[in-house]
Design a protein around this ligand. Structure first.
Ligand SMILES: [Zn+2]
Length: 205
């Protein structure tokens, strides 16, 4: 039997998924690593997997190949090695690097978390400014932080709402927008600066 046959008959897709960091629940469902999944849409059975959201489908070798961006042959070799059914040498260095790379969906999920926490912090800051920096009388000079809150708060709230309740397409749009031209990084730097200022203010009190 060649490596494909050996791997397919001796390695369970569910075990391989678990081994490669895809947690399968007792109903055989998992968060799909091939799209930005929020509710488990991936069904993993003993000899195949199928995603009801993005349509990815195949056997244990397809799964591993897709997850790590390998050819089917390399995926079969990796499985054989990882599950101890081959005496062959371990995957070489170039392949090892490939194996360490994160899948597209993992990267997307990390970016989403980062976007969400950053937007939440900015939203809370703006909400505070909206109240604390509001002019008390019509004669007061308008605080620039109040102006900023008036200008941006509802937009930032809309972005947060989208990340909470939007479908994967809408959420991806927000993430992509924030990751373009270093917008997220700029916002993070901006928030960091304000965090420092606020800690000085507290020291002065
Ligand atoms: Zn999927």
């Amino acid at each position: 039997m060649n490596v494909f046959g050996t791997v397919k008959t001796s390695i369970n897709t569910r075990e391989a998924a678990a081994r490669y960091g895809v947690e399968v629940n007792r109903h055989g469902k998992a968060l799909c690593p091939f799209h930005n999944d929020r509710n488990p849409s991936l069904f993993v059975d003993n000899d195949h997997y199928h995603c009801f959201a993005c349509g990815e489908h195949g056997d244990v070798i397809d799964f591993t190949a897709k997850l790590y961006g390998l050819t089917l042959y390399d995926a079969a070799k990796k499985l054989a090695y990882d599950f101890g059914i081959t005496q062959d040498k371990p995957p070489d260095k170039a392949m090892q690097e490939k194996l360490n790379r994160k899948s597209e969906a993992q990267r997307l999920r990390e970016n989403e978390k980062l976007c969400f926490s950053t937007l939440m912090e900015y939203m809370k800051l703006l909400q505070t400014w909206m109240v604390v920096c509001a002019p008390r009388t019509p004669e007061d000079d308008v605080d620039s932080r109040f102006t900023e809150a008036c200008h941006w708060l509802s937009y930032v709230e809309y972005l947060v709402d989208t990340l909470i309740g939007g479908d994967s397409y809408e959420r991806n749009e927000v993430i992509e927008m924030l990751m373009t031209d270093g917008k997220l990084q700029k916002l993070q730097d901006y928030l960091k600066k304000h965090r420092k200022e606020r800690s000085y203010e507290q020291e002065e009190r």
